[in-house]
Write a protein that binds this ligand. Structure first.
Ligand code: FPP
Length: 249
């Protein structure tokens, strides 16, 4: 069965994670400052939240700011933080309207207080919404997330609350920022680079990777549909053979 978008509504990825790359190059191509690219990127964020929600995606995780991004110039970091703050303030109304629940993963404590304040307010305001989860990765790094989880398990062992032999994959998952969220089914990267850039290193083990040359500000609803169509034409084997998948589904 297909819906309006030519997609199989029974095979929409539950969780899509996106590395939103290419804002700087988009701006450069137009002879503009990088910040102009980020601004255009924020408009794309808005469009893609709507599109993902319309498609029936359950969780949309966006890599908005990495732990490494702090190394960018002070001007760019400031501009990104200001954009984030204004985005959150402006979009709260629509998030409420669309029943979207806001989540955040990453070192929230490292964000400037004026961003944290708006972020906490929006997370709180949307906490009882039951629709799509919009999960913003902010000051996020996959390796430091894993270290955080390992430290917390190690502490439980040292305190005698956990035996190291009892540690399982599920237990480690439940100590990550993404505890309680299913792993991404699909990871999209715009901007054409073939890298994970320290994003969700543990969680994307079985995600379908989709890399497009489209720069993030140019990514739109049609591009998202194209990506999901590509996902739907793949056979997810989770380590089994193709024949096994066909036999057991
Ligand atoms: C990568 O492009 C993008 C970022 C580091 C920031 C992403 C931020 C946004 C999309 C806008 C604000 C976000 C929200 C949630 C409102 P780049 O600068 O590395 O591009 P380049 O590779 O072309 O230089």
């Amino acid at each position: 069965m297909t819906d309006n978008f030519g997609l199989d509504p029974d095979n929409i990825p539950r969780h899509i994670a996106i590395i939103m790359d290419g804002n700087g190059r988009w701006a450069k191509l137009r002879g503009k400052l990088r910040v102009v690219g980020h601004k255009a990127g924020a408009d794309t964020v808005k469009k893609i939240i709507r599109a993902a929600d319309d498609l029936g995606v359950e969780i949309l995780t966006l890599y908005a700011f990495s732990t490494e991004n702090w190394k960018r110039s002070r001007i760019e970091v400031r501009a990104l933080m200001a954009l984030l703050r204004s985005f959150l303030r402006r979009e709260l109304h629509e998030l409420m309207d669309k029943n979207v629940k806001l989540y955040c993963i990453g070192q929230k404590e490292k964000l400037p207080p004026e961003v944290r304040e708006v972020l906490d307010h929006s997370i709180d305001a949307t906490s009882r919404n039951t629709g799509m989860i919009l999960n913003l990765a902010l000051s996020y790094g996959g390796r430091s997330e894993i270290i955080m989880a390992v430290k917390s398990l190690a502490k439980k062992c040292a305190d005698g609350k956990l035996a190291y032999e009892e540690i399982t994959e599920e237990m480690l998952s439940s100590h990550l920022y993404t505890a309680g969220l299913c792993d991404p089914d699909m990871l999209i990267r715009t901007g054409g680079e073939y890298r994970l850039s320290n994003f969700l290193l543990w969680q994307v083990s079985y995600a379908e990777l989709y890399i497009t040359d489209i720069l993030w500000p140019d990514f739109d609803r049609d591009a998202l549909i194209e990506a999901v169509l590509n996902f739907q034409n793949r056979q997810r084997r989770f380590g089994r053979t193709g024949d096994q998948v066909v036999r057991t589904g």
